[in-house]
Design a binder for this molecule. Structure first.
Ligand code: GAL
Length: 658
């Protein structure tokens, strides 16, 4: 199977989305000159070029792309070539309005922006396949081609009639009979029973709360329907170029695609990461997405897009202060990225993204953005041979699952304040701050290589996943599980007793009486810490140890944290310091270690292959103790026993030979 290694060839890919169709051809020469100056070795072409290549149905205008492919190749720049199927031209919507998605209430999503296609539309799929076929045939043997990039951030949702028919086909495969579907969806409730397949619809706008299992299945279906579009195009390009790796870029922690399932269909897993430059925890967010993407890839991954500075889609869009782009880029490399790419190469002068930063901003080659890009390009070139392909060891797994997210994030639950991604972020953040490198894993994955498995919050756990977790614990593994987990089965049916009996047994919960979610900003006192967001009324089994009890409110005296053997259950969300302390203790007890002990605040240490990355997220200066003699690959200097890191400073150390 082709992989990122084939494209990177011992280098770190460096570059970005290149949209030359927005510029006169004279600018292309200048682009290439600046790319070479910056050490760019890879650009992504064609992402939004459909209307340029196929200006009217069936037309093909490849001449401009031929010239670009040749120009880039002549200058030693590889091309990640996109199938431009994310944004159909207006002619498609005008001639084939049935390709336009419809919202839950039946409104049409019109052209005039991007991504306006119904994934179930046979007409859209036919045009997309025909174009992909011709694109692949034309460039199969072009020496510039290094990676196929299918579509872009698959994210459309549609509730139209074509979708309804497709959804029914998907449901037939899942359930076989309408009676099975009725049983799974619990349609005895509110007179929702279906008498035939033709009555079944996607969950459209309704009078009151929708059937939760119908909603869950629709989310599963939508991820699968989009994946069919991806697989269809992937198969076309792979037929032409079996040795060129294929990817599609994920959005991070995006609920619309089950990235575990998708990643299994890709040669390269790639992602677009846009931490908020104003977020003091932006570094943790970047680390979390890097860990998640590396876990999906099972190794090196591709940072397909990030911003050199400001984005243009938040309420307030501020640039990255000097050095932050470099820090977060090298952090991604530390955590397994073998490609550091941006949206986009040259900042647009027109269109919706003209205020979005780029590698070459409006200030051009004199601008700070480009100066920082050049520095990073040099540094990545220096690091490439030592770092590319290197592995990032991790002893601790964080479980994460789309089914659980989809089922849990619905109406009619105990608290709408419970935000799945925020809970994941808090648990990952607690480990990150303790200097413990984590991987993410799906609940039914082989967990045997991890010393600790952390379950921040998995509302839904299928039987297989429960068996897996219990088997891991019985095999000697350490499990820490957060509140409101193991509540529902795969059909979102509440488990007898309110929580899976095997899990209650594992954690030493005798009876789970009720859930007591907290108000925003409220907290509950427990022995040794304060809990937030959630609390639970439960009693402990006779042989369980009560690690901490609630001390205030209705639950005073009842267990907050329980332990049975190596398994722990945390029935609230401890405040950040407390969660960090709790997880640090678990990790220590299980024999897992932070990468470096005694780091100054704000310094992150990550090992990748034989290298030690030290990343300083603060603005002052710090000294990090690193016993022994090392070479800093970024400066080419020798370092002994300690290294100074300035504002957003980074060192990449290799032990000097004894
Ligand atoms: C991504 C997208 C790019 C660009 C970027 C702006 O979601 O793939 O095309 O729009 O965001 O941040």
């Amino acid at each position: 199977m082709p992989s990122l290694r084939d494209a990177a060839r011992g280098r770190i890919l460096f570059g970005g989305d290149y949209n030359p169709e927005q510029w006169p051809e004279e600018v292309w020469e200048d682009d290439v000159r600046l790319m070479k100056e910056a050490g760019v070795n890879s650009v992504t072409l064609g992402v939004f070029s459909w209307a340029r290549i196929e200006p009217r149905p069936g037309a093909r205008e490849f001449g401009w792309l031929d010239r670009l492919m040749d120009l880039l190749h002549a200058n030693g720049i590889g091309v990640v070539l996109a199938t431009p199927t994310a944004s159909p031209p207006p002619w498609m919507g005008a001639r084939h309005p049935e390709t336009l998605p419809r919202t839950e209430d039946g409104s049409v999503v019109w052209y005039g922006s991007r991504q306006q296609f119904c994934p179930s539309s046979p007409v859209y799929r036919r045009y997309a396949a025909a174009l992909t076929e011709d694109l692949a045939a034309r460039y199969a043997d072009h020496p510039a081609l290094t990676v196929w990039h299918i579509n872009n951030e698959y994210c459309t949702h549609c509730w139209c009639d074509e979708t309804a028919a497709h959804f029914r086909r998907w449901l037939r495969t899942r359930y076989g009979t309408v009676e099975e579907l009725n049983a799974a969806w619990g349609t005895a409730f509110w007179s929702q029973r279906y008498d035939s397949w033709t009555e079944i619809l996607p969950p459209r706008t309704a009078q009151y709360m929708k059937n939760p299992t119908q909603v869950l299945d629709f989310k599963r279906f939508t991820s699968d329907a989009l994946m069919e579009c991806y697989v269809a195009e992937r198969d076309i390009v792979a037929r032409h170029t079996p040795r060129v790796p294929v990817t599609t870029n994920f959005m991070p922690l995006w609920s619309g695609q089950d990235a575990w399932a998708w990643a299994a269909q890709e040669d390269i897993v790639s992602v677009d990461i846009y931490p908020d430059s104003r977020d003091p925890r932006g570094g943790q967010y970047n680390a979390m997405i890097a860990d998640m993407t590396r876990s999906q890839a099972g190794g090196p991954w591709m940072l397909m897009e990030q911003a050199t500075g400001a984005v243009n889609w938040r309420d307030v869009n501020r640039p990255k202060p000097e050095g932050l782009n470099r820090l977060w880029s090298l952090q991604s490399v530390a955590r397994g990225a073998d490609a550091v790419c941006y949206f986009q190469w040259r900042q647009s002068r027109q269109g919706s993204e003209k205020f979005h930063s780029a590698m070459v901003g409006h200030a051009g080659e004199e601008g700070r953005a480009f100066a920082e890009v050049k520095r990073l390009g040099r540094e990545l070139a220096a690091l490439g041979p030592a770092v590319a392909g290197g592995e990032v060891p991790a002893d601790v797994a964080v479980l994460h699952d789309w089914d659980a997210w989809w089922a849990g994030a619905q109406e009619g639950r105990p608290s709408s304040l419970l935000d799945y991604t925020e809970v994941i972020r808090r648990w990952h953040g607690a480990l990150w701050e303790s200097g413990v490198v984590t991987e993410f894993a799906r609940p039914d994955a082989d967990l045997s290589r991890f010393k600790v498995v952390v379950v921040p919050h998995l509302y839904l756990l299928g039987d297989g996943a429960v068996d897996n977790l219990v088997a891991y614990a019985e095999g000697g593994g350490t499990v820490v599980c957060g509140f409101f987990s193991g509540i529902a089965d795969v059909d979102d049916r509440i488990r007898p007793g309110g929580m899976d009996a095997r899990l209650r047994d594992l954690f030493g919960i005798r009876t789970l009486h009720d859930w007591w979610p907290l108000d925003a900003d409220a907290s509950v006192e427990c022995d040794g810490f304060r809990g937030t967001l959630w609390s639970e009324e439960l009693t402990a089994a006779a042989d369980a140890e009560v690690v901490s009890s609630y001390r205030s409110g209705e639950l005073a005296g009842l267990p907050a944290v329980l332990r049975r053997g190596r398994a722990r259950y945390v029935s609230t969300l401890p405040e950040p310091d407390a969660l960090r302390a709790l997880l640090a203790e678990v990790v220590r007890e299980a024999g897992a270690r932070p990468v470096l002990a005694g780091l100054p605040a704000g310094v992150e240490a990550v090992r990748r292959g034989e290298l030690l990355f030290l990343l300083h997220h603060g603005r002052g200066s710090v000294t990090v103790e690193v016993p022994g003699a090392h070479e800093d690959l970024l400066t080419g200097t020798s370092v002994e026993d300690r290294v100074e890191l300035g504002r957003f400073g980074v060192a990449v150390l290799r032990s000097a030979a004894p």
